[in-house]
Design a protein around this ligand. Structure first.
Ligand code: FE
Ligand code: MN
Length: 331
C-alpha cells in the first residue's frame, strides 16, 4: 500500500500503522491544543484605542497581517478538505489531516476574535485579499498553482498527475504555510517583543507552533510520495519547484515592504526580506533541494524554542495549559 492511490472510500483499517510519523504528528497536534479565547485581549484593546500607544506604521502592520491571515487560513482549510484529504488515502495520514483541518478552524476563529475585540470593520479586513495588491498576489499565486487539482475529474493516476498533486502540496504546505506566513509571524512577534499588542502576539505564537507542524507534516508527505514514485522527481520538476520557491520569496518580500514600509523598532523591511530568504532555504533543504540564498538568520529569536506554557500563569489569566510536550521547534 502507498500513501496515495488506494481506495478513497473503503472503511480503511488504521492498524497496523504503516506511516508511524503521521501518527506522531496527530499526537503532537492534539498535545498543542489551544483556543483564542484563552488569550486576553485587554491590553491590545487599550493600546489599539489609545492615540499614542501605537505608531501609524505599527497599526498598518497589524491590519496588513490580520487582513492576510484572515483569508489565507480559509484557503489552506479548503485545500486540505477539498483536495488533500481526497487524494491522500492512507488512514493515519488522513487522521492527521482531520486534526489539521480543526486547527485551521481554530485559526479562523482567532481572526474573528481579533476583529471583534479591536472593533475592526470585517468588510475592511476580509476584503484585503482583494484590495491590497501584495496580499492578492500571494493568494492568487497559490490558487493559480493548484487550480488543476481542484478540478473534480482530477485523479492522481500516472506520473504527470502525481506531479500535479505534489505541486499542490508544495503550493500550500511549503509556500503558503511555510513561506507566506513567515514575514507576518516575524512582524507580529517583533512587536510583541516591544510589549505591543501582546494578545495578538501570543495568538500568533500559537498559530506559528501549529503551522510548523503542518509544514513538517506536509514535507514528510511530499517526501513520501517522492520516495514511492521516484520517477516524478526528475530534474525538470526539481528546477520548477526551485523556481516556484524563488517567485514566492519575491512576493513575500514585496509584502514585507508593503506591510512595513518605514521599518519597525529598528528593524527595516530589508531585514524581513532577509528572513524570508533564510526561511526559504530551510524549506528547500527539507525537500532535499539545494539552498538558493545562503542568507543568515537576521532574527535568531524567531528560532528559539520558546516554551509557551512557562512563566505565564502568575500575571496572566490563562485558563488551562494543554501543552504536554509536543514539538516546539518552530522554523
Ligand atoms: Fe493555519
Ligand atoms: Mn496551517
Amino acid at each position: 500500500m502507498t500513501i496515495i492511490n488506494n481506495s478513497k472510500t473503503d472503511p480503511n483499517k488504521i492498524l497496523p500503522f504503516q506511516y508511524p510519523w503521521a501518527r506522531e504528528y496527530y499526537k503532537s497536534g492534539v498535545a498543542n491544543n489551544w483556543t483564542p479565547e484563552e488569550v486576553s485581549m485587554q491590553k491590545d484593546v487599550e493600546q489599539w484605542k489609545s492615540q499614542t500607544a501605537l505608531s501609524d506604521t505599527e497599526r498598518r502592520l497589524i491590519l496588513w497581517n490580520l487582513g492576510f491571515f484572515s483569508t489565507a487560513e480559509s484557503l489552506t482549510a479548503n485545500n486540505i478538505v477539498l483536495s488533500v484529504y481526497n487524494h491522500v488515502t492512507n488512514p493515519e495520514a488522513r487522521q492527521y489531516l482531520l486534526r489539521q483541518a480543526f486547527e485551521e478552524a481554530i485559526h479562523t476563529d482567532t481572526f474573528i476574535y481579533c476583529c471583534d475585540s479591536l472593533g475592526l470593520d470585517p468588510e475592511d479586513i476580509y476584503n484585503m485579499y482583494k484590495t491590497i495588491p501584495s496580499i492578492d498576489e500571494k493568494d492568487s499565486f497559490v490558487v493559480e498553482l493548484t487550480k488543476s487539482v481542484f478540478d473534480p475529474s482530477f485523479s492522481t493516476e500516472g506520473p504527470e498527475n502525481i506531479r500535479r498533486f505534489v505541486r499542490d502540496l508544495i503550493g500550500f504546505y511549503v509556500i503558503m504555510e511555510g513561506i507566506f506566513f513567515y514575514a507576518g509571524f516575524a512582524m507580529i512577534l517583533a512587536l510583541r517583543r516591544q510589549n505591543k499588542m501582546v494578545g495578538i502576539g501570543e495568538q500568533f505564537e500559537y498559530i506559528m507552533r501549529d503551522e510548523s507542524l503542518h509544514l513538517a507534516f506536509g514535507c514528510d508527505l511530499i517526501n513520501t510520495i517522492k520516495a514511492e514514485n521516484p520517477e516524478i522527481w526528475d530534474k525538470e520538476f526539481k528546477d520548477e519547484v526551485v523556481d516556484l520557491i524563488r517567485q514566492a520569496v519575491v512576493l513575500e518580500q514585496r509584502y514585507a515592504h508593503d506591510a512595513c514600509p518605514q521599518g519597525l523598532l529598528g528593524i527595516n523591511a530589508e531585514k524581513f526580506s532577509q528572513y524570508v530568504e533564510y526561511v526559504a532555504d530551510r524549506r528547500l533543504e527539507r525537500l532535499n533541494l539545494p539552498k538558493v540564498y545562503n542568507t543568515e538568520n537576521p532574527f535568531p529569536w524567531m528560532s528559539q524554542a520558546t516554551d509557551l506554557s512557562k512563566e505565564k500563569n502568575f500575571f496572566e489569566t490563562r485558563v488551562t495549559e494543554y501543552q504536554t510536550g509536543a514539538s516546539l521547534d518552530w522554523d
